[in-house]
Write a protein that binds this ligand. Structure first.
Ligand SMILES: Cc1ncc(COP(=O)(O)O)c(C=O)c1O
Length: 420
């Protein structure tokens, strides 16, 4: 009997005639989300993923697995493309790419003309920092905990183009929404052209007041770049309400889509300010994608898979997903707070945090602890070493269960007591 875990091997066998849904243990389509989704429903969501039940990976801020319908969509399109790679046959791939754009736009509540399908958040962030006309005398305001694809990029390009960078500090614990609004108000001057911040940080899991910061920047004539790598696919992101100029995300993180696909939203009002920094063939069909997305041959089956990931998450429900991931994170926070010696970096107030939970496990050796969690307890996490908020990061998502959260808390309690 072929198990659905054999699917990954099957994908590698180009000549196989089986479709994944023909495998005996391939999951049935996901049921409709019930009114009050209970643990049984979430176990059925978990069943859509290939991870064996004993393995608990809580690392959505880094990389998420894709559910069965996404794998199927990619497999179907890849088979089709590799079975007949002619231009004539691949015409339909462009249609699939535009459908993915339409689905992303609907999900984010913007227009397809404002969506660029990038390769990841890093590329999308850099499309912005390389694509704006910035020169000596201009200023860019960034937040300290932004990812290197944001902050290191702005800093390096500042040396080349002559603009200056102002950094807003991110104290720990999260000092509250007002802090960020006041700090940005102070940092923005008449020379400021861009405010770049992260919707939910991957460091301490701080959630920034995105709507308020974008409003402030709009009022001051400043463009906003909001890094949504740890927010899109987790939060119910409504860009029509937030109104950033640029918003970025990766399919392979919280949206549970294919690897190496991402999204860049460019508001219609910001479109005249940005130039393409990669110029090649095969642009998108509408709006800003006609210039910014001409970045050469793409993996269209992966882009089509991104559309399918949006369909899958829409079926579960955006608000339901956010509530679930938040409640898993809240349970983790509550459990970790009860363990002597654990120091949380993530603020427990759901107004200040989402579903990224980081903490210092006393004086335990962090890489050793992470290795022990994986080897002995089958728990996958991320680590942060160095002197700035070192520790373990758990970022739970829809494929994790409350039982896994309990297991993680018990494992940390065990190692805090006995060492690693
Ligand atoms: C906040 C943030 N921005 C950007 C990135 C880069 O994402 P990617 O590696 O998908 O380009 C990450 C990755 O962890 C991130 O956490």
């Amino acid at each position: 009997m072929i198990s659905r875990r054999d699917f990954s091997r099957l994908l590698a066998m180009s000549g196989s005639m089986l479709l994944p849904q023909q495998l005996s243990a391939w999951p049935a389509p996901l049921a409709q989300t019930p009114r009050g989704p209970d643990e049984r429903f979430w176990l059925s969501v978990r069943d859509q993923f290939l991870m064996p039940p004993a393995l608990s990976v809580m690392n959505a801020a880094n990389l998420c697995p894709s559910p069965a319908p996404v794998l199927e969509a990619m497999y179907r399109s890849t088979r089709d493309m590799d079975g007949d790679p002619s231009f004539d046959n691949r015409q339909k791939m462009s249609t699939g790419k535009e459908e993915a754009r339409r689905l992303l736009a609907r999900d984010l509540r913007v227009t397809p003309e404002e969506i660029v399908i990038a390769r990841n958040t890093s590329e999308a962030n850099n499309m912005v920092s390389s694509g704006l006309d910035l020169k000596a005398g201009d200023e860019v305001v960034i937040c300290a905990d932004n990812h290197p694809s944001n902050n290191s990029a702005w800093m390096q390009k500042a040396k080349r183009f002559g603009y200056t960078v102002t950094v807003i500090k991110q104290p720990n614990p999260h000092p509250g929404a007002e802090y960020f609004v006041e700090a940005a108000t102070r940092a923005i001057t008449s020379r400021t052209r861009v405010l770049a911040f992260t919707h939910q940080t991957s460091t301490a899991g701080d959630v920034l007041p995105a709507n308020e910061l974008c409003r402030l920047a709009r009022e001051r004539g400043v463009l906003t770049l909001v890094d949504g790598a740890s927010a899109y696919g987790l939060f119910d992101v409504d860009l029509s309400e937030m109104q950033p100029d640029f918003y970025t995300g990766s399919a392979h993180k919280w949206p549970c889509g294919p690897k190496e696909v991402g999204v860049l939203f460019v508001s219609s009002r910001a479109q005249q300010s940005i130039h393409p920094s990669i110029i090649s063939a095969y642009p998108g069909a509408v709006g800003i994608s006609r210039t910014l997305e001409a970045i050469g041959q793409r993996d269209e089956p992966a882009i089509i898979g991104f559309g399918e990931a949006v369909v899958f998450q829409t079926k579960i429900g955006r608000k339901v997903i956010e509530e679930r991931s938040r409640s898993l994170a809240q349970a983790l926070i509550a459990g970790l707070r009860r363990i002597d010696g654990v120091q949380l970096w993530t603020h427990p107030d759901p107004a200040r945090s989402g579903a990224v939970v980081t903490f210092r496990p006393g004086s335990l050796d962090i890489p050793k602890l992470s290795a022990a969690l994986y080897k002995n307890d089958r728990i996958g996490c991320a680590t942060r070493t160095g002197s700035d908020r070192p520790g373990i990061r758990f970022s739970p998502h829809i494929y994790n269960t409350m039982a896994e959260v309990d297991r993680a808390i018990a494992a940390i309690a065990k190692y805090m007591k006995q060492g690693v």
